[in-house]
Ligand binder design. Sequence first.
Ligand SMILES: [Zn+2]
Length: 279
Amino acid sequence: MANCTYSVPDLNASGDSLYGPRICDQAFIDWAWPTHGFNGSYWGDGWGFDDCCNNTKPLSRAFSGLWLLNYSADDYNNEDWNSDILHWGRRYVREQLHAINDLRAMCGDGSANATTFNAGCAHYRDTSHNACDDWQANCCDWIPCSWICGLITWICRAWVWITSSVCDLFVPGRVELYLPFFYTRDVVGRAATYVHESRHIGGKPHDANFPRGSAFGAGKSGADSSWDYQGAWMYDALYLWWFYAAGTRTTPALQQSAKQRGNMLIDNAFATHPGFTIT
Ligand SMILES: [Zn+2]
């Protein structure tokens, strides 16, 4: 933090005056920290580890994004995949960030909110865990003996743990959050960034260059080819859209901000324009 320079924008406009007191809750912090793989080596020294209720510091602002992500659906305990991203977004982020298990705060160069590196082992871990779970769910259809199913599932999980740990030794993955994440994005923008990076962990890199006229820099890499690619920009914009349309426990101003940011992404982050806007 010593090398970073930043200023703290208006706390009401960013939503931090509303969400800051909400995350100042030991039970929430004790849950959110390990669940999302915060790496303690990167959150001290001015980043807020010793001052996590201070909503001008990065850690409080990171937690606020997670609070919004987790509690903005009216019935937030419903995280069914058949529901919408306002409901399952929190589960997706939780699973992906837990799989990569290394969330860092850094200065960055000001050009990006966040970057995901080497998501391969996390992607392997997540998909293999799901395969073990699927096996367990189907097992007793084939073998009328549940303890054998339990044993094989345990072996499956142990195998995934060992192989993914070895994978981590050679290509450790991580997610880095930069100053614009903490101080340019408002609370809903931070939540959408978690969704965005989680989609990268989930195996979708950007696959195109930004289009002509893009605010992200025409011709530069980092765009998604289309909405149908279902990449990180699509997840990002889709989350903002749902929050605008159906978010609760928030303010109309933050919902309007989500709409604005969502349309900005729709207009600038896809090589082929999706062909619609959030209205
Ligand atoms: Zn990205």
